[in-house]
Design a protein around this ligand. Structure first.
Ligand code: SF4
Length: 612
């Protein structure tokens, strides 16, 4: 689209809220944004160009067309923008590479006898969630501590409802045995209340409550009980002493620090729960030259949309123009008021400084690691005679069970690190029997046909196997006209050692399309160890998926034997109970409660597993 036509198009845009998509000559979406007034916002990009940063100018140079979608409100635009970014992955939008979900604790207060479990996804249900904890280890420690301090049940629902006598936890005084009526709902509820107070950081209330109970027990001459509560109080006091209290108001807060250096940006979020610092997490946004407020807005939108814990307050280092809109959106997600604050002084300002200092340290650490990795990847290029520095490597593996249920897997390493969001599985569609080459051909063809369409080619493709696998890849690349991507295959060769005591020797051979002989590196070479790590990861990924499919099919095959239980009901039963074991243990009433089941079918399933 010529510049004048684009200008006219922008001038005729509606002055309404909506989403705009900047596209290049081929129609690829480069950037997606939202606006309260589309004409004004899109127009502002093309005014005062001298004041624009390098990245925006690079974007504008490529923009040949703009598409807009009008919405009724700005909030609708915010939601639509989010959907479209997830769909198109535009190059110029900020990408938060954080596929990891941090573990939280879930207290299932909706149950008669609640329990505490570790979860990574926060559901919008009636349970209470605490966290996130920056590492699974710290969370496991907390859970262990809680279970030591408070005798709550640890078993899952299916086990709980089928117990005829309490388990070992009861014998060890670690559980009060609600499964067998050793404690009633009210008494158990009291323990859960204590756990809640502890997790909410309301330690003073908790200690007062326990001291009251201790005095009551002593008054009633229950000295053993009173002594147990006294020990519990002592333990809790010791735990409290070790906690890092950063604010006295006991609020849940995330504090976001930002640090920029040479066009790079890092964010660091401190997690403060009930006034105590649980830890933090850094985010490296690489080269972003957008204004801080835009970076913060994008971060908040991407970070909190992913079923994560939303605290009551989020402290930010710069005011953002869409504050009210974002607060409304976050409040709706949480179901409770959420505030975005930009404190200028006092304790909250100090917290922000702490978060920014952490962002600075985090970025320096990342740069240091990248430099080391950069040198390493250049060495890799030299040692393996590649045309490009292998910044992005895609590795493939095929896993099959005597030719049946074959699966291909692809793992991606970027800048030397695994990018799990780019891992892919492929169910083999066209090949039957144990034809490894044919399967590899199918997987590579599917992957790179798509990669060409999406302009998403890696620097290096690594295959598990020898010359045969390499030739398959060469054929695929020839068919698709791919010339710029390097290819390697890595084969493990087992040989008997020369001397008896040497046993079996394993040699690793690297095959390169341009060399007849394999490249041999010393078995301690860091380059070889790195390639090994990638190959093993591809193998692990293929096997995990394979196991999952086999398990699913094995489960199905048991259920297949039951008359009247087709694929849909099998799925519902497995979804409801989670395993065939639990279906076997289910009562008639429980089976009847499963969607798409009725009394007759429930009886069929029940009698199948309990023949009289
Ligand atoms: S005693 Fe009963 S309720 Fe407690 S953990 Fe064991 S099975 Fe579960």
């Amino acid at each position: 689209m010529a510049a004048t036509v684009l200008k006219q198009k922008i001038e005729s845009l509606p002055a309404s809220p909506g989403v705009y998509l900047f596209k290049d000559q081929e129609g690829t979406v480069l950037y997606i944004g939202k606006a309260g007034n589309l004409r004004q916002r899109v127009g502002s990009y093309f005014q005062r160009l001298k004041e624009k940063d390098a990245k925006t100018l690079a974007l504008l140079e490529k923009v040949m067309d703009v598409e807009t979608i009008v919405t009724d409100t700005e909030k609708e635009a915010l939601i639509l923008e989010d959907h479209l970014i997830k769909e198109h992955h535009p190059r110029y939008n900020i990408k938060l590479r954080d596929d990891k979900r941090y573990p939280c604790l879930r207290l299932s207060i909706e149950e008669d006898f609640p329990t505490l479990t570790i979860v990574r996804r926060i559901k919008r249900d009636c349970s209470l969630y605490f966290g996130p904890y920056p590492s699974a280890t710290s969370l496991k420690e907390t859970l262990k501590l809680i279970r030591r301090l408070f005798p709550i049940r640890t078993c899952q629902e299916a086990k709980f409802s089928h117990r005829t006598r309490p388990c070992i936890h009861y014998e060890m005084d670690r559980c009060l045995g609600p499964c067998c009526g050793k404690i009633d709902r009210t008494q158990y509820g009291e323990v859960i209340q204590q756990v809640k107070l502890f997790l909410e950081g309301r330690n003073r209330d908790l200690l007062e409550r326990l001291e009251r109970q201790m005095a009551e027990a002593a008054d009633q001459l229950h000295f053993e009980k009173a002594a147990r509560i006294r020990d519990q109080i002592e333990h809790i006091r010791k735990v409290i002493e070790k906690q890092v209290v950063v604010s006295r108001d006991m609020m849940d807060r995330d504090v976001i620090g930002l640090y920029r250096q040479d066009g790079r940006v890092a964010l660091y979020s401190l997690f403060i729960r009930a006034g105590k610092l649980l830890g933090g997490k850094g985010f490296n946004l690489s080269s972003v030259s957008l204004p801080a407020e835009e970076i913060l807005s994008s971060f908040i939108k991407q970070y909190y949309r992913e079923d994560r814990f939303i605290p009551e307050e989020i402290l930010i280092p710069k005011p953002i123009p869409e504050k009210d809109l974002m607060e409304g959106w976050l409040t709706e997600l949480k179901g409770k008021k959420v505030q975005l604050l930009f404190p200028q002084k006092g304790g909250k300002r100090r917290l922000l400084r702490m978060a920014s200092e952490n962002a600075e340290k985090f970025l320096h650490r990342e740069i240091h690691l990248e430099n080391e990795k950069g040198d390493f990847l250049s060495d890799l290029k030299e040692n393996l005679h590649l045309r490009r520095v292998p910044k992005r490597i895609e590795a493939f593996d095929i896993s099959n069970l005597q030719g049946g249920q074959a699966v291909g897997s692809m793992v991606t390493f970027e800048d030397g690190k695994p990018r799990k969001d780019r891992y892919r599985h492929f169910r083999i569609r066209t090949i039957e029997g144990a034809d490894d080459y044919g399967m590899m051909f199918e997987v590579l063809l599917r992957r790179y046909r798509r990669a060409i369409d999406e302009k998403d080619l890696p620097d290096l493709v690594l295959l598990d196997g020898g010359k045969g696998q390499l030739n398959v890849a060469k054929e695929v690349f020839k068919e698709l006209g791919i010339k710029e991507v390097d290819l390697l295959s890595l084969a493990k060769e087992r040989r008997a050692g020369n001397l008896r005591h040497q046993g079996e020797r394993v040699d690793e051979k690297i095959f390169h399309p341009q060399y007849k002989e394999p490249i041999l590196l010393g078995k301690h070479s860091s380059v070889l160890l790195f390639l090994d790590q990638i190959r093993d990861e591809a193998h692990r990924f293929a096997l995990t998926y394979h196991k999952k499919i086999r398990k699913k099919e094995a489960l199905r095959s048991v259920l297949n034997q039951i008359p009247g239980i087709g694929t849909i009901r099998q799925r519902e039963l497995l979804r409801y109970f989670g395993s065939v074991e639990r279906i076997k243990e289910a009562t008639l009433e429980e089976l009847q409660n499963v969607p798409r089941m009725n009394r007759n079918l429930a009886e069929t399933v029940y009698h199948y597993f309990h023949p009289s």
